[in-house]
Design a protein around this ligand. Structure first.
Ligand SMILES: *[C@@H]1O[C@H](CO)[C@@H](O)[C@H](O)[C@H]1NC(C)=O
Ligand SMILES: *[C@@H]1O[C@H](CO)[C@@H](O)[C@H](O)[C@H]1NC(C)=O
Ligand SMILES: *[C@@H]1O[C@H](CO)[C@@H](O)[C@H](O)[C@H]1NC(C)=O
Ligand SMILES: *[C@@H]1O[C@H](CO)[C@@H](O)[C@H](O)[C@H]1NC(C)=O
Length: 961
């Protein structure tokens, strides 16, 4: 164990190197301020103070408000150190988009961050190195890694320069004119050179051996690192303060095994570009496995300890529900707190937490068992890692008395006023505010201190697996909540400032995700993501991962993650990684759009990877418009053309075309959104899926195989399915009709090729009282009732901040009592949903495994210009005597026909192509308690179908009739 040294070895190590540089290399000019420099050096090494820069103390936020006009160029120059517009991309190259003409360019370094510009003079440097422009420009590998700076000029560093110590300094590149005046100046972004010199694959975090605990922290730009060890989760003075030793960017120490169960914090002394100073930052371990209840200390948890294992844990992989193929997956998305916060059959202490899943007779678990029995294979949990926005200490939560909330009218603004007044102090948040990826969220544990998070999380996974459900975690690697040296939620940016977060060409953090974006194109960010996934897969036996804003992560990272997971084996790792499925949001926007920062994991780029992405095309075509469009825009299921509301779509012909195009989009989606699936479009042309275009002209289809699409109409984002249907349908239709629409929309998803995805509550007509973004709307708006008594419609106007604009549309709907579904409708909805799942799992034909199989077997019949409007007709063929070239997949049915009638009236039509097949209504629908679906008919001699209004009818051809 190394106790606190009286002088910092790393700081001391830096000075001889710099002196060597400045004496041995002719290109390094003697500085005008050697005396000044020496003096400050002495000061530092003797006192360990972290001096503030002598000037230039403006912060970047004040910089952005400084006008950058010509008239103010001296100020502009003075502020220029707050930007990082140059890139140190490799050991020998700095990239900067400047034209230096006859001027000269230097790299300046100051170990105690003393660089300062005044009157076009720069001072405070310890080192000054002349750079030569390389007219050949940036090398190809640099352009590939940083495509957004491809046109920058390349400046060469001296070949014998000792780069590593310089990276611990404040750095700037400067252009001097012939009069030695500073003409231009900026700070540097370092990830390129850091990756070249410090990419590291060795141990990180706390490692436990028989006798010792070793700590490893990757922090190549840090000047010193200390660990404070505490016996308790808060308060008290440290048991020990340990100086870590650096070995090529990795800081290490070793302590006794008795450290296990204690708490620790790192103190990192490092230059921060956001403050232009060397700061002492107190940070958690990025590889933390446990935390204190207030989140400020890392809990030293040995994840392999037997004491953390629920009974049977080691054997859980043998109990995992069986899955033959990823194409058999169907997903149910749920929030841990929503699941039981409102469940009166759960002991109040356990409501809203991990352990609620272990109560086998609770209303919620009974509901999950029904879903599992009917076919749902995976429960996808919204963020479960340590996130900001909910205090882990329940004793700090604030509540609103529900009896008061219940006393207000259904369209009142009182409920939301009371809820939002405490929204940052209650127990509710979706959790898309990552603080530490590797630690289970404390607010869901019975005790946020110590090992309980881990034990209880494992019990949850085990309980879900035991009722036949695999567990998917929502992984939010694209952004983090905090940054900078001081924020309590900042971790990564305290340890290697500027490295983990993606920055723009001015050097400021990108925030297109609405938070601090991460940069998986940097080696150690990618490594952290992959390590974290493997950690959850191995240590919590997780069965799948959903990636938030996956398009903000590089494709390379996703493929690496997939391979790392798939290489886990039961023998070696205790889990079978080949059954872990991954998918995410492949949106392409912000700085990463169009491969702006490298090839990203967006929908089109993922073709052929086997990684799924959410299919917004089928969602928008079914519901109408888009989550970014006008809320009243209708779609196939919500009445476009067939039962119009008063939204203006232009001419009648226009609306007809919109409906026809929507049906094409849906058909492509039903055929797993395959890029090369050939179908007849509404104009009667044979086209591929990729030739069917969305309204903005991009191809609808983008997958190579069925498991690359996640088909859905609703998720946690935006209005619930029931709510969006209530917005888009005309005011005067009945609630029973709206329930049919809810079911019709779900049916398309449930009977599609590819992977169906459902939002928790689609099946119980869940409402959030029309809230379009309930991430912080408390238990009240997110309430779900597994006793099926109510659906949470009309519990007040949804929170003002996100919904006020739509209040005029919302108010009359909430006020109208006829919109509220009674229990019988909720029960019918549950039954209909379970029946859809049972139908999907009644035949492998609904879950075809390859693109070829889908092309050969799936056909759409009601296509081309003469189509019956509002009706989709799909058949799926299996091998049989009349069709010997197809193999036989289904022992029971040789042919299936699905008819989706979105019209508000019965349709009756003949399909010559389906004549003389021996079809009958699917037995599950024959026994349905919905009299309408039971009345669907087919006449073999004429090939004529009759399907009631807003009904999805499934016909099957049994093999031995
Ligand atoms: C200074 O450099 C920036 C690039 O970082 C460039 O855009 C700007 O034009 C330069 N200013 C002058 C005065 O050369
Ligand atoms: C673990 O599973 C194996 C194989 O299924 C079985 O033989 C063994 O008894 C189980 N052990 C425990 C402790 O349940
Ligand atoms: C980034 O981090 C800072 C500091 O922690 C925080 O205040 C800010 O809200 C974050 N930025 C965004 C866009 O979320
Ligand atoms: C839908 O959700 C997304 C993600 O939260 C959000 O950006 C968008 O504004 C929402 N749209 C509407 C209409 O609520």
């Amino acid at each position: 164990m190394i106790h606190l040294a009286s002088s910092s070895s790393s700081v001391a190590a830096l000075s001889p190197v710099i002196l060597r540089c400045s004496t041995s290399n002719a290109r390094i000019l003697p500085s005008r301020s050697i005396k000044h420099r020496r003096r400050r050096f002495t000061l530092r090494t003797s006192t360990h103070l972290h001096p503030q820069p002598l000037c230039c103390s403006l912060s970047p936020s004040s910089a952005s408000s400084t006008p950058l006009g010509q008239s103010n160029s001296a100020t502009q120059m003075q502020n220029s150190l707050m930007y990082s517009r140059a890139y140190w991309v490799s050991k020998s190259i700095i990239a900067w988009n400047v034209d230096i003409g006859d001027d000269v360019c230097y790299l300046l370094a100051s170990k105690d961050a003393a660089l300062c510009i005044e009157n076009y003079e720069i001072q405070g440097e310890d080192v000054k190195i002349k750079l030569e422009e390389d007219r050949a420009g940036l090398p190809a590998n640099v352009v590939e890694k940083f495509p957004h700076i491809r046109d920058f000029r390349a400046f060469k560093l001296p070949p014998d320069l000792d780069v590593k110590p310089l990276l611990k300094c404040q750095l700037a590149v400067v252009i001097y004119d012939s009069a030695e005046k500073c003409k231009n100046c900026t700070g540097l972004q370092l990830p390129g050179v850091i990756d070249e010199l410090f990419s590291y694959n060795g141990p990180l975090g706390a490692l436990f051996s028989e006798e010792a605990v070793s700590l490893y922290l990757w922090a190549p730009t840090a000047q010193a690192v200390r660990a404070y060890i505490y016996s308790d989760s808060s308060g008290g003075s440290p048991l020990e303060i340990i100086q870590l030793e650096e070995d090529n960017g990795v800081w290490k120490t070793k302590g006794p095994r008795s450290w296990e169960g204690s708490y620790y914090v790192y103190e990192v002394s490092v230059y921060h570009l956001s403050t232009l100073s060397v700061e002492k930052c107190f940070a958690n371990d990025p590889y933390a496995r446990g935390l204190s209840s207030d989140g400020s200390r890392t809990y030293m948890l040995n994840i392999d300890s037997d004491e953390l294992k629920p009974e049977g844990w080691d054997n859980l992989s043998n109990e995992k529900p069986h899955i033959d193929s990823f194409s058999d997956i169907s997903i149910y998305e749920m929030h841990i707190r929503d699941f039981s916060a409102n469940d009166l059959s759960v002991n109040p202490e356990l409501r809203g937490g991990y352990l609620a899943f272990t109560l086998l007779e609770s209303a919620g678990v009974l509901h999950l068992k029904k879903l599992s029995g009917a076919g749902i294979t995976h429960v996808h949990l919204l963020p479960t890692f340590q996130f900001a926005g909910v205090d882990d200490r329940k004793e700090n939560w604030r509540y609103v008395d529900t009896s008061i909330l219940e006393s207000f009218p259904p369209d009142s603004d009182q409920q939301q006023a009371l809820i939002t007044a405490i929204q940052n102090h209650d127990g509710y948040n979706w959790g898309y505010n990552p603080v530490l990826w590797g630690v289970p969220k404390g607010s869901y544990a019975s005790n946020p201190d110590g090992p309980y998070r881990t034990i209880e999380f494992r019990k949850m996974v085990q309980a879900l697996n035991r009722i036949g459900l695999r567990v998917v975690l929502d992984a939010v690697y694209n952004h983090v909540q905090g940054s900078g040296p001081f924020d309590e939620h900042s971790v990564l940016d305290k340890i290697v400032p500027g490295y983990y977060l993606r920055r723009n060409t001015d050097g400021f953090i990108e925030h297109s995700t609405c938070m601090n974006n991460t940069a998986s194109e940097h080696f150690m960010v990618e490594r952290l993501i992959v390590d974290d996934l493997v950690h959850w897969a191995v240590n919590y036996k997780i069965d799948g991962f959903r990636f938030d804003l996956m398009g903000h992560i590089m494709k390379r990272t996703m493929v690496k993650a997939k391979n790392a997971l798939h290489h886990l084996t039961k023998e070696k790792d205790g889990v079978d990684g080949s059954s872990i499925y991954i998918y995410g949001e492949g949106w392409d926007f912000g700085e990463v759009a169009k491969n702006g920062r490298g090839i990203n994991a967006s929908q089109f780029n993922l073709f052929g990877t086997g990684i799924g992405s959410f299919n917004d095309r089928i969602r928008d075509a079914i519901l109408g418009g888009s989550p970014f469009g006008h809320p009243l825009q209708q779609g196939f299921a919500t009445g476009l053309l067939l039962q119009p509301n008063d939204h203006d779509y232009g001419t009648e012909v226009n609306v007809e075309t919109m409906l026809a195009a929507s049906v094409d989009h849906i058909q492509v989606g039903v055929a797993a959104n395959l890029r090369d699936f050939v179908l007849t479009n509404y104009e009667g042309k044979e086209v591929k899926g990729s030739e069917v275009l969305t309204y903005d002209g991009t191809p609808v289809a983008y997958t190579s195989c069925p498991t690359e699409t996640i088909n859905y109409v609703s998720a946690h984002d935006n209005e619930t399915l029931f709510d969006i249907v209530n917005l888009k349908t005309p005011m005067n239709i009945s609630v029973a009709e709206r329930c049919r629409i809810n079911h019709l929309a779900t049916s398309v998803i449930a009977l599609s090729q590819g992977i169906p995805f459902f939002h928790c509550g689609d099946e119980v007509l869940r409402s959030k009282s029309l809230d379009r973004d309930s991430y912080n709307s408390g238990d009240w708006f997110n309430r779900i009732d597994f006793t099926y008594n109510s659906n949470n419609w009309g519990v007040g106007l949804p929170p003002q901040e996100k919904n006020e604009k739509n209040w005029p549309l919302i108010k009359p709907r909430l006020a109208d009592p006829s919109f509220k579904p009674q229990k019988n409708l909720i029960l019918a909805s549950v039954e209909n949903f379970l029946n859809l799942l049972r139908i999907r799992y009644s035949s492998p034909l609904f879950r075809l495994r390859t693109a070829n199989a889908i092309q050969q077997r799936v056909r759409f019949h009601n296509t081309g210009p003469s189509w019956v409007r509002g009706v989709i007709v799909m058949s799926i063929e299996d091998g049989h005597d009349g069709f010997p070239e197809l193999s036989q997949l289904d022992p029971i049915y040789s042919y299936i026909v699905v008819i989706v009638n979105a019209c508000p009236k019965e349709v009756s039509f003949a399909m010559p192509s389906l004549k003389s097949r021996t079809l009958q209504l699917h037995p599950i629908q024959g026994n349905s308690s919905d009299p309408l679906v039971r009345s669907s008919t087919y006449d073999m001699s004429s090939g004529c179908f009759v399907v009631p209004h807003r009904t999805t009818a499934v016909f099957v051809e049994p093999r031995d009739i």
